[in-house]
Design a protein around this ligand. Structure first.
Ligand SMILES: Cc1ncc(COP(=O)(O)O)c(C=O)c1O
Length: 314
C-alpha cells in the first residue's frame, strides 16, 4: 500500500485520540470550514467524505450519467463505483508509448462525466492542469482524483485552486498522513456538483475521528510538514529511479510515492520469493503482467529491492 512509511505526527495522533472523548454525533462543520479556508474556497465548494473512496461512490450515484468516461490506466475504484451504480463505462486508455500522457482530444465529445487521476495511480504521471482543464465542457463533470497530490512538492498542478464550472477535485488524507483506517477525504469544486454529491450521502458518513483528522491537517503547521514529507518522498524516489536506470529497467518517471516499472513477466514472483512485495499492475486496464508498481521507500529498503532485482536478471 502506498501509505507514507513514517511515524504519524504527534499533533495528529493527539487529535485522533481526543476525537473519541465526545459522546455526541459527529459534527463535520469545523472541518468543512477549515478545509474551505485551507483551499481558499467557500463552504459550499467543499464536502468532507469518508475517504476518497466514498467520493467515487457519490459521484457515481449523483446523476443519471449517459456516457461516463474513465481515463485508464488508473485506480480501478472510480470505474467499479460507476458500474456498481448501474452505469456502462467507456474507457479511454493512455499509452506507454506516449509516457501515459493525456491527450484531451481522446475523450469522446459526448462524455458527460470524465474521471481522471492526477498524479495517476499507478503510472505516477502528473498531468498539466492546463491539459485537464481542456476536458471541461458545458453539461460535463470532470472529476480529478488528487489522492496523491500531496506527495508533489508545492502541488503545482492541483486544480483545487481554480474555480471552474463542472470541475471537482477529490482529495485524500490517507496516504500522506498514514491513516488508511480513519477514512478521511474530501471533495473541492463546483458548488452545484458538490450539492448533488451531498444529496446522496449517508447521514454521518464522516466520523468524528475523520473530521478531527481533517481539521488537524488543514493548518499551516500541517502544510509545512506535508511539504517535508513530499520532499523526502522525492529524494527516496530519485534513488529508486536512479537504481532502475542503472539496471536499464524501463520505468515511467514518477511524481508520486510509487514508480511504475517494466522489469518483465515473472519478476514480481521472484521478488516475492525473496520477501519483497511489489504491486502487480496487470489489474489496471491497459497494463500487462510485465509491469509492476514499486512503492517509494527509504534508501535502505530500496537498496534491498535493487539488489534483489539484480539477482532476478541473472
Ligand atoms: C488513486 C487513489 N485514489 C483514491 C484512493 C482511495 O483513498 P481513500 O483511502 O481516501 O479512500 C486510493 C487508494 O488506494 C487510490 O490509490
Amino acid at each position: 500500500m502506498n501509505v507514507y512509511p513514517g511515524e504519524r505526527p504527534s499533533w495528529l495522533d493527539e487529535a485522533l485520540h481526543e476525537s473519541l472523548a465526545s459522546a455526541a454525533y459527529p459534527d463535520e462543520e469545523p472541518a468543512r470550514a477549515a478545509l474551505a479556508k485551507h483551499h481558499g474556497r467557500e463552504r459550499a465548494e467543499v464536502l468532507p467524505t469518508a475517504g476518497a473512496a466514498e467520493a467515487f461512490t457519490l459521484v457515481a450515484r449523483a446523476r443519471p450519467w449517459q456516457k461516463p468516461v474513465v481515463v485508464h490506466p488508473q485506480f480501478t475504484e472510480p470505474h467499479a463505483a460507476l458500474e456498481q451504480a448501474g452505469h456502462q463505462v467507456t474507457e479511454v486508455r493512455l499509452s506507454a508509448r506516449d509516457g501515459f500522457s493525456l491527450d484531451p482530444a481522446a475523450v469522446p465529445d459526448d462524455a458527460d462525466l470524465v474521471m481522471i487521476g492526477n498524479p495517476t495511480n499507478p503510472t505516477g504521471v502528473l498531468h498539466p492542469a492546463t491539459a485537464i482543464r481542456k476536458l471541461l465542457r458545458p453539461r460535463r463533470l470532470v472529476v480529478v482524483d488528487e489522492a496523491f497530490m500531496d506527495a508533489v512538492p508545492g502541488e503545482p498542478e492541483t486544480l483545487t485552486t481554480t474555480r471552474d464550472d463542472g470541475l471537482l477535485v477529490i482529495r485524500s488524507l490517507t496516504k500522506h498522513w498514514s491513516i488508511p483506517g480513519v477514512r478521511a477525504g474530501y471533495v473541492v469544486g463546483d458548488s452545484g456538483a458538490i450539492n448533488d454529491l451531498e444529496a446522496v450521502r449517508t447521514p454521518w458518513s464522516v466520523s468524528s475521528t475523520a473530521a478531527a483528522a481533517m481539521l488537524a491537517c488543514a493548518t499551516e503547521r500541517a502544510s509545512a510538514e506535508a511539504r517535508e514529507r513530499a520532499d523526502r518522498i522525492g529524494a527516496w524516489r530519485d534513488h529508486l529511479e536512479a537504481g532502475l536506470r542503472a539496471q536499464q529497467i524501463e520505468h515511467v518517471p514518477s511524481t508520486a510515492s510509487f514508480v511504475l516499472a517494466r522489469p518483465g513477466v515473472g519478476v514480481r514472483e521472484l521478488l516475492r520469493d525473496e520477501g519483497i512485495a511489489v504491486r502487480r499492475a496487470d489489474t489496471f486496464p491497459g497494463l500487462g503482467p510485465e509491469w509492476v508498481r514499486i512503492a517509494v521507500r527509504p534508501v535502505e529498503q530500496t537498496d534491498r529491492l535493487l539488489s534483489a532485482l539484480r539477482r532476478c536478471k541473472r
